[in-house]
Design a protein around this ligand. Structure first.
Ligand code: GCU
Length: 455
């Protein structure tokens, strides 16, 4: 399975850069990335090498743990215990005291802060047409969000967004927005690589449109590149005027989430879209971006967090599957702020002031659906149980806010939909995809959005 994940990650990475780059271009990206990682470590005063992460190849030496009996003992920070030791017992204290403490930790140590003075985005319609998705008529628009670069014209950022709504809808409809691709990175009519779409369900787009809902796709690489070499470009580079990041500056995940918020700004002006019913969805690294977007943007109504793994909803302290050491390596550190590198060198994951359950708690009281594939097909790198546990341990915050938690604390058998509350979970029987969970997600979302053929 790791092979498939690696293939997917590789294709995502290279296609995020446009056409497939040559070996020379890849070498240059790797060199610039390594140099940026190194300069960040010297800003942090870290002279020792990072600890290497385990291997995603189950047959490899130093394979990541896949044995539940070998999971370490760890103590999770209590989301309802304030830094001064007091317990949070009122909603007011959650919103005014404890939640800001948790946000500060995620900002400073994991995902980075949004800088002051991010320039404005102006949305333009690039093209609009009436077309079909499956048998269903739709209105499809492609938009470009042009970021004002007057302060540093050397860098241009144009966010790519597609939005499609049912042609028959007279009123504004709910929309699910995916972090993804507008043009298939595998070419027109290409077959999706194994593991990415292993579902016999109709496509997510057809399922949404046939219900009377819309879909949108936002392209992360149009906001910020998916590698360390790109950190002096994109929206992060534009705000920093082409200079390297400071240790608590935002990483790509927050930049992608920021772009998703700008898309909501646009939806608020589009008469076909009900901006009060927007969901965010994504898989893998884009699943990580999904939970970050949901945590930081209160205008998202629902989330569908696909196989987000480590750096998403997986408990970071849990030694199973991918580890902090992998995330902080040159291949992935750009998703986070520079400070995160400390936890794979001078500090350990147990020193993190927060863990993934508190990221889920930041989404409360809004409903979140945590999705995973099966160990047999997807593999164990994403750590389905580790993702389930963040849902379990976010429960006290949802309950404090008058909402329902997962309803169970034992990991369910494959396929069981835990969809009775505002924290939902399902491990489907397919691979590294949200595909086989769409119909379950939609049935759950109807509770909040209504059945809605055009209302
Ligand atoms: C790698 C990486 C994961 C990530 C995945 C992807 O497998 O280790 O953290 O989610 O790529 O985004 O494809």
């Amino acid at each position: 399975m790791k092979k498939r994940l690696v293939l997917a990650a590789f294709l995502i990475t290279i296609t995020g850069l446009g056409a497939q780059p040559s070996q020379a271009a890849r070498d240059s990206i790797n060199r610039l990335t390594a140099a940026d990682h190194e300069q960040m470590k010297s800003q942090l005063g870290i002279a020792i090498p990072n600890r290497p992460g385990p291997s995603g190849n189950p047959q490899g030496e130093n394979a990541a743990n896949r044995d539940e009996s070998k999971v370490n003992k760890y103590i999770l920070p209590d989301p309802l215990k304030m830094n001064n030791g007091d317990r949070v017992v009122t909603e007011k204290d959650w919103w005014e005291k404890r939640r800001p403490e948790i946000v500060e930790y995620f900002d400073r140590e994991i995902y980075g802060r949004l800088p002051a003075g991010i320039p404005a985005v102006k949305w333009e319609v690039v093209s609009a047409r009436d077309t079909l998705i499956g048998a269903h008529p739709i209105r499809e628009k492609i938009l470009r969000g042009v970021v004002d670069n007057a302060t540093y014209p050397e860098i241009t950022v144009e966010i790519e967004l597609l939005v499609a709504t049912p042609a028959g809808a007279k009123n504004a409809v709910p929309v699910v927005m995916e972090f993804g691709f507008i043009r298939s990175p595998w070419g027109n009519n290409a077959v999706t690589p194994i593991g990415l779409g292993s579902s016999t369900e109709p496509t997510w787009k057809e399922q949404l449109i046939s219900r009377g809902w819309g879909y949108a796709v936002i392209v992360p690489s149009s906001i910020q590149a998916d590698n360390g070499a790109g950190l002096r470009q994109g929206i992060i580079g534009l705000v920093n005027k082409g200079q390297p990041r400071k240790p608590d500056d935002w990483g790509s995940l927050r930049a992608w989430a920021w772009g998703a918020s700008r898309a909501i700004d646009y939806f608020e002006t589009d008469a076909n879209v009900d901006a009060k019913r927007i969901a965010i969805e994504g898989l893998s690294r884009y699943g990580k971006a999904t939970v970050v977007a949901m945590a930081y943007e209160p205008r998202f109504s629902l989330a569908f967090i696909g196989s987000s793994g480590a750096g998403g909803t997986k408990i970071l302290r849990r030694v199973f599957g991918e580890q902090v050491e992998n995330l902080a390596s040159t291949g992935e550190y750009h998703w986070f702020c520079g400070n995160f590198i400390k936890y794979a060198s001078t500090l350990t994951p147990d020193d993190l002031p927060v863990d993934a359950h508190e990221l889920v708690a930041l989404c409360a009281p809004r409903p979140v659906f945590i999705s995973s594939g099966s160990p047999q097909v997807e593999g164990q790198w994403v750590d389905a149980k580790g993702m389930f546990l963040s849902g379990v341990h976010a429960g006290p915050v949802y309950r404090l806010l008058g909402k329902n938690d997962l309803g169970v604390t034992d990991f369910p058998i494959l396929g069981t939909p835990l969809v009775g509350g505002e924290i939902a979970f399902r491990q489907h029987a397919g691979g590294h995809s949200t595909g086989p969970n769409w119909s379950t997600w939609i049935a759950w979302a109807c509770r909040y959005w209504g059945d809605c053929k055009y209302n």
